[in-house]
Structures are given as C-alpha cells and as structure tokens.
Design a protein around this ligand. Structure first.
Ligand code: FES
Length: 165
C-alpha cells in the first residue's frame, strides 16, 4: 500500500529530456508509465501518490491507472524507505546464544515491537529466521550488513553510532 504522506516530487531537466527522447517509442502516452515509474524509483527510492499524479499528467491518464500498474508489480517500492532495518535472527542457534534478550533490548531502546517501525521512519525492527551466520550468534542484519556475537552493550554502541538517542 502506498503511503499518503505528502512529498515534493518532480522530474529533473535531464529526466524531462530523457522522457522526450523515449516518448516516440510508445504508441500511446500510457506506454510511458513503466519507464517513468522506474525513473521516479531510481531518483527518489520509492513511488509516492504525488509521483503517481506526476506520472499520470505526463501519460495523459488518471493517477488511479498509474496506481493500478505500480501496485501490480512487486519491484516497485511504494513505501518510503526505512533508514535502518534491523533484522534479528530468531532461530535456534541464535536463540541459544541469547537472541531473545537482544530483541527485547532493541524493542525497549527503540520503543517499538518487532514488526514495527519508529514514527520518524528511521528504524524498522524485524524478527527473522536463520540468516546463515549460526556460528556467530546472536546476530542481526542491518540493511545489507551483518552484526554478530551481539551483546546489549554492542547494540547500545551501534544505536549510538546510528544516532538513535
Ligand atoms: S540461527 Fe541465527 S543465523 Fe542461523
């Protein structure tokens, strides 16, 4: 589901030139919807309702039509990206090493439960199954990086670094 948060979105001059360059490839203006969705995602990281309205204007169609296409394909991001996505492994090996207390500590520090995001959109906390780093539990993944042999002190230092306080 796309967020309704108001965003300022526009095509840069370079993008406008690119749009004019490819426009002739399509039989109807609607043919541009997919490339424009990609452009917006590349430039902003996600596609808001405002972006859909912008695309609809370029493609001489309704925002609802753009929405129907954007929501059909799973490769389009319709939520504003979270800055730090913390995924704590919750499977047996990590569990035996104390992953439950790591998760509880993160819930306490961030003021959210697993499966939730902070209101400012900076952190999302998720309990996940094995991340194939079973020998170095408890562990978590933050975006694309692994953090292993965790303790609550290490977690506090990370949150400090990520400017949580
Ligand atoms: S059990 Fe945690 S990484 Fe495999």
């Amino acid at each position: 589901m796309a967020t309704t948060e108001k965003t300022e979105v526009k095509f840069s001059e370079a993008r406008k030139q690119e749009i004019e360059r490819i426009r002739g490839r399509y039989e109807t203006p609607r043919g541009l919807i997919m490339p424009l969705l990609w452009m917006i995602q590349d430039d902003y990281g996600w596609i808001s309702y405002d972006a859909m309205e912008l695309i609809a204007g370029e493609c001489e169609t309704s925002p609802a039509w753009v929405y129907s296409i954007a929501t059909f394909y799973t490769m389009f991001e319709l939520e504003k990206p979270i800055r730090y996505h913390l995924q704590v492994c919750n499977t047996l090996s990590c569990g035996l090493c104390g992953s439950e207390s790591i998760l509880a500590h993160l819930e306490d520090r961030l003021g959210i439960q697993a499966g939730e995001s902070t209101e400012d959109g900076r952190f999302r906390l998720t309990a996940v199954e094995c991340l194939a780093s079973c020998g170095t539990g408890p562990m978590m993944q933050m975006n694309d990086e692994y953090y292993e042999s965790l303790t609550t002190e290490k977690v506090d230092a990370m949150l400090e670094e990520w400017n949580c306080d």
